[in-house]
Design a protein around this ligand. Sequence first.
Ligand code: GLP
Length: 253
Amino acid sequence: MKVIITKNYDEMSKVAAWEVAKLIKEKPDCILGLATGSTPEGMYSNLVLMNRVGQIDFSKVTSFNLDEYRGLKGDHPQSYRYFMDNKLFNHVNINKNNTFVPSGVAEDIQKECIEYDERIRNAGGIDLQVLGIGGNGHIGFNEPDSFLHMGTHLTPLTKETIEANARFFENEDEVPKEAITMGLGSIMKARKILLLANGKKKASIISKLVDGKIDTEIPASILQVHNNVIVVVDEDAAAELNLNITTNVEIVK
Ligand code: GLP
């Protein structure tokens, strides 16, 4: 695991965008795994700019998003499909038919989950998976539990996650109580993983992710056994890292 500490959110977003851009230049028909949340917004803005000035071309890129709220249609402003359209897809030259987000309103959820994993497999697997991290260690919507899920699945959201995400909704009651998410198996199969975190609120979970024990109650800790992970954090999110025992840390100033 390589940890890059940047001085602030803007630098974190630029470093992350460069990682994605580098892949698109090397492999124009790459498969991206994408994430929502406030953390990657700056990265998406940078990618939009790079596309606008002709530095990167999304025309052959395929993307798979991590998750979607159960019950929200793609035109709901808090759905993750809506987020992706508005933050990235509507502003770059990606073919929307090649952008996939699990359907939150599929009648047969089991089928939707199986087909989502099949689609990823048939596309050749994910080259680069972008991740944020929940304060409780969730990635996608893989919540703390006594066991881990391999494939895409329907999951109840924890009280902590519902509270954390209530800021995007009118009130807490409006937050869906379930979501469809790629499983940790799907995430771990990605050839490279890029996890972003910023702000003091993420400092504790970032130190657990990097230095803590691997524990199903901290789903992101499983990333310690993946052989190609880059964690990009700002100084606030890096505040609790023990730099003496954390190996492979690069500080970008
Ligand atoms: C959500 C998403 C995650 C995201 C996390 C953190 O619940 N399902 O993919 O990483 O919250 O969000 P934020 O970046 O807003 O802190």
